[in-house]
Design a protein around this ligand. Sequence first.
Ligand code: SF4
Ligand code: FES
Length: 263
Amino acid sequence: MIASAKQNLNLTLKVWRQANPSAPGRFETYELKGISPDVSFLEMLDILNQQLIMQGEEAVAFDHDCREGICGTCGVMINGQAHGPENETTTCQLHMRKFKTGDTIVIEPWRARAFPVVRDLVVDRTAFDRVIQAGGYVSINAGNAPDANSVPIPKTMQDKAMDAAACIGCGACVAACKNASAMLFVSAKVSHLAHLPQGQPERPQRVMAMVSKMDQEGFGGCTNTGECEAACPAGVKLSNIALLNREYIKAMLTADETASSDE
Ligand code: SF4
Ligand code: FES
């Protein structure tokens, strides 16, 4: 017997609306009917916006770009969970089949002092860019790129670097953390370069500069609750935070040495 297709959904949405960063925000309630379980969460928001525009109301502002789980631009709290109820899934890759008809869905922006609300569900995540600018790069002033595989890197190191490089900078780790800590994000960026030969020359300066910038931007400290790992759509592991802590202590202990070798 062929199983019957899952029924279309009638939903109640409670959506955070905020006209600008200084305006007071509030939840607005909207009813949506006949939503296909096959559409994505962002497509469901598109349908809501179409309905609002037809009624002469302001569309809900939300961030998105690739809609393929690659860019890290989308991202909202869905019923209190960063990116919603599906493991290792961005908001744009979440499908409405995860919900059932009659559900009430609460949709909020990331809540963190370092990510101020711009409008509705859009937050300003440029604090992440400034942390990267502080040291999350490799300075290469050595002519053309070398041939592929000319720098030998053990497979275990490649795997660790690639797992950390999977971070898409979405900010879900910050939003999920009760301290709004950016340690998972920063640890992914530090770990990625610490495992590659190209990252070695600037290794101590990088970790010190990125941690210092992270603190300046107003992110909180890590208290090892693990919510960040649970919320991460890219599967970035807490073991990177352990590595970040080791890297930071090593860099602190050798700070004088590093400074004098730069002179
Ligand atoms: S570590 Fe994970 S949750 Fe945090 S920014 Fe990177 S991809 Fe997003
Ligand atoms: S829109 Fe690019 S990851 Fe969701």
